[in-house]
Write a protein of this length. Structure first.
Lengths: 109, 112
């Protein structure tokens, strides 16, 4: 069974203090690793898809990287509006998208 | 540019009621999904409709039944729900099963 583990569970940052979130996975044939952002009371918002080790994607202050065992979401010089729960999900050989429990990021001004 | 619309936003119902949740997308996506999300937990897949074929998470009880009238609409019919069914119900769609899923903002369901 696919397993996705995210760490840390919660992250409190000062504005401008860069950090990284980790997503480690065990899957029988990775068909894509997805990062989402979720704000309270809202649905997850798609950020990135990564398909193969060594791949990197960037969007504003966020950068996602992928190895054969884990993915990192780097937040560079975060702002308070980057506060959210960040979810990692993997797709294996069937249709199922398996989510990690998420990392809740709080950025203080 | 991408939008999945879910109605209603909030629903309170008794255990003997029958209600339906609705989901609509006009992005031409051919796969649509229902997820259940409890507080501070990740979304859990309930159903997938892909090219009009239904796939079911076998752990989902029969009091939930999906319906896909056409490729743009997805309903979730609710009957005789239990208090533990209270959750945020999310609908998502994607161009195909391998593509990124785009989520609506969900229906917050409370069972009395």
């Amino acid at each position: 069974e696919d397993q996705v583990t995210q760490s840390p569970e919660a992250l409190r940052l000062q504005e401008g203090e860069s950090s990284s979130l980790n997503c480690s996975y065990t899957v029988s044939g990775l068909r894509g690793l997805f990062w989402y952002r979720q704000d309270p009371g809202k649905g997850p918002e798609f950020l990135f898809t990564l398909y193969s080790a060594g791949e990197e994607k960037e969007k504003e202050r966020l950068k996602a990287t992928l190895t054969k065992k884990e993915s990192f979401l780097h937040i560079t010089a975060p702002k308070p509006e980057d506060s959210a729960t960040y979810l990692c999900a993997v797709r294996s050989n069937d249709y199922k998208l398996s989510f990690g429990a998420g990392t809740t990021v709080t950025v203080r001004a | 540019d991408t939008e999945v619309i879910q109605t209603p936003k909030h629903l309170v119902m008794g255990m003997t009621n029958k209600k339906s949740l609705k989901c609509e997308q006009h992005m031409g996506h051919r796969a649509m999904y229902w997820y259940k999300q409890k507080a501070k937990k990740p979304p859990e897949l309930m159903f997938v409709y892909s090219y009009e074929k239904l796939s079911i998470n076998e752990s989902v009880p029969s009091r939930f039944s999906p319906e896909c009238p056409n490729s743009s609409l997805l309903n979730l019919h609710l009957h005789a729900l239990q208090p533990e069914d209270s959750a945020l119900y999310l609908c998502a769609s994607s161009q195909s099963q391998g593509q990124p899923q785009h989520f609506g903002d969900g229906t917050r369901l409370s069972i009395l």
